[in-house]
Design a protein around this ligand. Structure first.
Ligand code: AGP
Length: 609
């Protein structure tokens, strides 16, 4: 998630911009920049790396100015570089834009603008906005922004500064947040409240398809059609620490609740329901191997390995190709039978897990094509892969992976459809059938996460237990493993994930009232068997916490506690099933007073072997 700050007022603008960007650092970024007006001239400074690198660039420069914009970039399109850092300019160099979001249709827009003579200097989707505004600029900046945004599809929050209108900034939003700060003779726009608090606690939240114009005189808000909007300001009472977490107590909880948006943004621009097609850029390597593809090997660690286990079901069922799954740390010690007919797919949130990076290099050394599902643009694994499918989950701050996992499953589903189409296993009409449930997923995820309070109450009953068993069948067995890992990681309680069918081959000896059993029981073809497993646990005095499909009275009658998820297809059930487990782990850990965001002994990215 990028960070945006804009300021107009009596203060010297550059320190205001840098302070605002520092308060947005938690959003994660890989480059930063500022632009401001100085005696009528537009000054622009950008740098790769952190804000301190930008400050080094600014050192010794004349930084006087009273209006400007700043940006921290979390790369989505185009690697981290100075050229790709924001602010981006138009051809005249007199107009700058900073942007947070994803412009779905930037490729055709860029082609059209280049054909009309515009010169681009970056690989980003954002730059098309600067040239579009330039295209329509005839003295009225607000009108030009309005016309430009009518051509844009996707998610955006922007701030625009033009030398020709030196007293005003124009902001606009669609799906990405933008907040207006209302001070005394000074006004700001920002991606999030933390950047405003040192100037004002009086804020105004923009809604989708709204445009704000700020000047020293005040702020006006209008619809995309130009109709004025009167909206009262909100007084922010949060502490700065709480504000950084968006009002949530921990980043982990914030990121659990961000999953609908992470799924939505991972889907953005990658499908056509009308055509029954999937579009994944950066997959040329796959096209080359498809004619001879005999096998896919998935390689990952931890939560990403659990995603790989789900991916096996998706790829085998939707692409009809044999799939193996291996821990990265084990992959390199096997006498691997790999060749040019094998596609190796690595999965990594950080893109820096050394075990996975080494496995990737081993696979390439043996002549395999390697494609990766990664969350961090420009990370080592991304750079060394032949192709990358990025999850657009935004930076994941909590050590326990949550939104990255569900974004990985979303990307795996897209990849399975993509490969199925290109292998001729799925025709367009079948993809048209499979897409609607996927597109409903963000809404279903919103509904699923509403179980938060139910799960919090449940955590009061089970936070003192010392052992848990998580059971699932089929595509949900990996979710049982993930639920156990989440609980282990953040609450330090021993937890095991097991295939429910394996219980009778050993684990059933553990069952008694002291060990809660969490059972994943969706209404799919495993349902009757899962109900039998529940009865086996209950017959031995066990306690069952079930996660089931809404409207399943048979399940509810059998168990001690039942958390429900909305119905969806079996392939997509894991994405919803995991959310109550994430919340259970989180709330138990909070009740135990654990350091939820930075659990003991753990690192967010394991860059050692
Ligand atoms: C997950 O909650 C853990 N933090 C850990 O297992 C993690 O998934 C693993 O280290 C792999 O990290 P990666 O996805 O960044 O490669």
């Amino acid at each position: 998630m990028c960070g945006i700050i804009g300021y107009v007022g009596p203060k010297n603008v550059v320190p205001v911009l840098l302070d605002g960007l520092k308060r947005l650092e938690y959003r994660g970024y890989d480059s930063a920049g500022v632009a401001f007006l100085q005696q009528g001239a537009l000054q622009i400074y950008r740098s790769v790396g952190k804000i301190k690198d930008l400050e080094n660039t600014l050192w010794g420069k004349d930084l006087a100015g009273d209006i400007g914009v700043g940006h921290t970039r979390w790369a989505t399109h185009g690697r981290p570089s100075e050229a790709n850092a924001h602010p981006h300019v138009d051809c005249t160099g007199e107009l700058v834009v900073v942007h947070n979001g994803i412009i779905e249709n930037y490729v055709p827009l860029k082609e059209k603008l280049i054909a009309e003579g515009h010169r681009f200097t970056s690989e980003t989707d954002t730059e098309v906005i600067a040239h579009l505004i330039e295209q329509y600029l005839e003295g009225d900046l607000e009108a030009a922004v309005r016309r430009a945004l009518r051509e844009v599809a996707g998610a955006y929050a922007i701030a625009v500064l033009w030398r020709g209108d030196p007293d005003r900034l124009v902001g606009a939003r669609c799906s990405s947040p933008l907040v207006v700060g209302i001070g005394e003779g000074e006004f700001l726009v920002a991606s999030d409240i933390p950047a405003l608090l040192s100037h004002t606690r009086n804020v105004l939240f923009l809604e989708d398809q709204e445009i704000a114009v700020i000047s020293r005189e005040g702020v006006t808000v209008t619809t995309m059609e130009g109709d004025p909007i009167q909206r009262p300001a909100t007084q922010i009472s949060w502490s700065p620490v709480l504000v950084e977490k968006g009002g949530y107590k921990h980043f982990m909880l914030k990121e659990i609740h961000e999953q609908p948006r992470a799924i939505r943004e991972t889907l953005l621009g990658r499908y056509s329901l009308e055509a029954g097609e999937i579009y994944l850029d950066g997959m040329e390597a796959v096209a080359e191997i498809l004619p001879v593809l005999q096998r896919v090997v998935l390689v990952a660690c931890g939560t990403s390995w659990h995603a790989a286990l789900v991916g096996k079901f998706l790829l085998e069922e939707l692409c009809r190709v044999p799939v193996e799954v291996d821990y990265s740390s084990e992959f390199r010690y096997r006498e691997l039978i790999l060749g040019s007919d094998t596609l190796v797919l690595t999965i990594s949130q950080s893109g820096e897990t050394l075990d996975t990076l080494v496995a990737l290099r081993e696979a390439k050394r043996r002549g395999c094509r390697v494609v990766s599902i990664v969350n961090v643009v420009g990370s080592s694994i991304a750079r060394e892969s032949d192709g990358v499918c990025y999850t657009h989950a935004g930076p994941e701050i909590g050590v326990a992976s949550t939104k990255a996992f569900t974004a990985q499953l979303t990307a795996l589903y897209l990849l399975a459809l993509y490969l199925g189409r290109r292998r001729g296993v799925l025709d367009a009409s079948r993809v048209q059938e499979l897409l609607p449930p996927l597109l409903r997923l963000p809404q279903l995820a919103e509904e699923t996460i509403r179980c938060d309070q139910v799960v919090e109450r449940l955590s009061h009953l089970y936070s003192q237990h010392t052992d848990f068993l998580f059971l699932g069948r089929g595509i949900n067995y990996p979710v049982a493993l993930e639920g156990a890992l989440k609980l282990k990681e953040v609450s330090y309680i021993h937890a095991e994930g097991y295939p429910a069918g394996e219980m009778k081959h050993g684990p059933i000896a553990l069952i008694d009232a002291r060990m809660p059993v969490v059972i994943l029981a969706p209404q799919d073809r495993t349902h009757p068997k899962i109900l039998a497993n529940i009865q086996e646990v209950k017959a031995r005095g066990g306690v069952v916490i079930a996660v089931g499909t809404a409207g399943d009275p048979e399940l509810r009658a059998l168990v001690d506690h039942c958390i429900t998820i909305p119905a969806t297809t079996p392939h997509l059930t894991p994405i919803l099933m995991v959310m109550p487990l994430q919340l259970l782990a989180y709330h138990i850990a909070v009740r135990k007073g654990c350091d939820v965001d930075q659990p003991r002994n753990l690192a967010k990215s394991v860059t050692v072997e």
